[in-house]
Design a protein around this ligand. Structure first.
Ligand code: MLT
Length: 326
């Protein structure tokens, strides 16, 4: 069946005809690309691959993941903002979609209005982790080392606007000491540097740190959510560790370019909802310290409301901190 283009839908509307219903099988008729705006092997990549595989089963088409890392996720977001709005190029991005509009005063795309929302996906706790021989065994001891060593310590992140950047800012503000920041195209490559001991510390999502914490290949001091995570039950919260203001979790959402027809957004959203009920996905998310959002949050409307509110929430915080990428 031919693909229903936006132009065809508009023409139908202009002719006074009801827009053709997007019947079963009308969309998609070919492979869908989801851009991850960070390197392969990292937390956004992991969430996206699990979600894409389950969505593909519902859509009857392969959903391919492509990594376009760099500039804190803005390069990948730009690629999608500039893509054809036909539902075949999507973006799975995180909290960076709420901070980039303020952190980056010049972007090659409209960071607020350049996307259609499909639905929220998950919210992931973060962990403060360190190389195996870092000289601390608790958050209080890690804070003391950070205060003592300051910029002699290398803190890895995934660029300005990345979750690891925001989490690092919160940590350094709470401790009152800056470390030397070492940016990567994602925390997938960054954690390799932590494993090899070439960087000292990193703040990263449980979807990227759980296995290395369990195996003892890296040290972990705390989880940055109000409650402990079931998959890492021995890890104290920031509050339990003495830094209650060091709290953040990382939400993820699925986007399409501005102008993607509403019927296609709805079809993708239904596939997302089905994917988020998938037993295999739910079990793997749980093992990595997270869970799918409730079904009524995996909708275009709920996602847009949440995203816009989060842009408004972060704007004064970033402006007050004077933290801009350009
Ligand atoms: C990634 O997928 O590499 C991360 O989400 C990067 C980050 O935001 O810290």
């Amino acid at each position: 069946m031919p693909q229903i283009t936006r132009r065809a839908l508009m023409a139908a509307g202009a002719a006074g005809l009801a827009a053709p219903a997007l019947g079963q099988g009308a969309f998609p008729t070919r492979t869908i690309n989801v851009i991850v705006p960070f390197a392969a092997g990292g937390p956004t990549d992991t969430v996206t691959r699990l979600t894409a595989e389950a969505m593909g089963r519902d859509l009857g088409q392969t959903v391919v993941v492509e990594n376009v890392g760099g500039a804190g996720g803005t390069l990948g977001a730009a690629r999608v903002a500039q893509a054809r709005p036909d539902g075949y190029t999507l973006l799975l991005h995180h909290i960076g979609m709420a901070t980039a509009p303020t952190l980056y005063r010049r972007l090659p795309y409209d960071a607020v209005n350049g996307f259609e929302t499909i639905g929220l996906v998950t919210e992931v706790p973060m962990t403060l982790v360190a190389k195996k021989d870092f000289p601390a065994t608790s958050l209080a001891e890690a804070v003391a080392v950070i205060k003592r060593e300051g910029d002699k310590l290398n803190y890895a992140n995934a660029g300005i606007g990345a979750a690891s950047h925001l989490c690092g800012l919160l940590l350094m503000k709470a401790v009152g000491t800056a470390m030397t920041t070492v940016p990567f195209r994602g925390t997938g490559p960054a954690i390799q540097e932590l494993l090899s001991g070439r960087v000292d510390l990193m703040c990263d999502q449980t979807t990227n740190t759980t296995e290395q914490i369990r195996s003892g290949d890296i040290k972990a001091f705390n989880v940055t959510t109000a409650e402990r995570v079931q998959s890492l039950p021995n890890l104290p919260t920031s509050k339990e560790g003495g830094l209650p203001e060091f709290e953040v979790s990382v939400w993820h959402g699925l986007y399409a370019p501005k102008g993607t027809p509403a019927e296609i957004q709805q079809r993708l959203s239904r596939a997302l909802q089905t994917a988020l009920r998938d037993e295999k996905l739910v079990a793997r998310f749980a093992d990595l310290g997270t869970a799918p959002v409730a079904q009524d949050r995996a909708t275009p409307e709920a996602h847009r409301r949440f995203w816009q509110a989060d842009i408004a929430k972060w704007k004064p915080i970033i402006q007050a901190a004077g933290q801009f990428a350009d």
